[in-house]
Write a protein that binds this ligand. Sequence first.
Ligand code: ADP
Length: 302
Amino acid sequence: MGTISDKVLVCSSLKEAVISVCGKDVSVEKKQAVHGGDANDAYKLFLSDGETLFLKANSISNKDFFRAEAEGVAVIMQTGTIRVPHIHAIGTDDGYSFLLMEFIERALPKKDFWEKLGSGLAAMHKADTSSFVTDGKYGLNSDNYIGAGKQKNTPKNSWIEFFYECRLRPQFELASRHLDGSLIRKVNWLLDNLDRFLYEPEKPSLLHGDLWAGNFMSDETGQPMLIDPAVYVGCNEADIAMTELFGGFDRKFYDAYFKAMGAIPGYEERRDLYNLYHLTNHLNLFGSSYLSAVVRTIERYC
Ligand code: ADP
């Protein structure tokens, strides 16, 4: 057994993880599937002492998903701004890898849920980022994943260079098999001209990185918490853009966020360019049903 941070154990079986986390000889009595995620299997574990835990599982070859998730959750936790679940352990067992965390018993969202989510995210975006990326301003000290796709976080001092080098370019390299010659020329033009559309932020922000409606939830008191992050340090607009990709959050979320952060002139002009990263990742992961949305976005900027 080892650790990847002060608090996350690295275990060589689920049994060892459960016993270490509980500090006594308990066992798993029942496993109940939990739905709603997109990359892993998830379960509520009922333990012999009456406690519960939340388990995510994947193949051994994907065990790095859980190293990355545990590190990402730890980074958000360090900002002390918005609740994330406590991660207890990661590890491998017979034929699978796993991540073990506290089980959150959801309550109905409180009346101010959306305001709290907006102001909490703004506080996270305002937090100091200097310890999360040491050799540059943007990126992260390690790579992680966006869904099941690899996400490169090589530190850069320029946001535009980071977005080019670590976000759009790797996705378009993978997506080239879906694109014809004329579209590839447009993509190349767009990549070479990102500075016409994007700007260098005044201040870098820690981003959740995968902020769609499945990646926040209500905790046992009805307050919001973030789950399943793909964190990196970037421009705050990229997180807000993603909230709008699949239909948008409640208006109260945006009102509270922009009240805390101040308005961002011209954001709507950049939103789709940020989301082109996620759409192209979906094209690469899930196939050509995302192609028309990718093409529409490219053509909008060319
Ligand atoms: P995936 O990595 O497969 O996308 P998620 O992290 O999104 O999985 O988790 C799947 C679902 O499990 C979520 O939609 C949420 O409903 C629920 N969930 C996530 N974390 C917890 C937790 N700590 N306690 C209880 N339920 C959780």
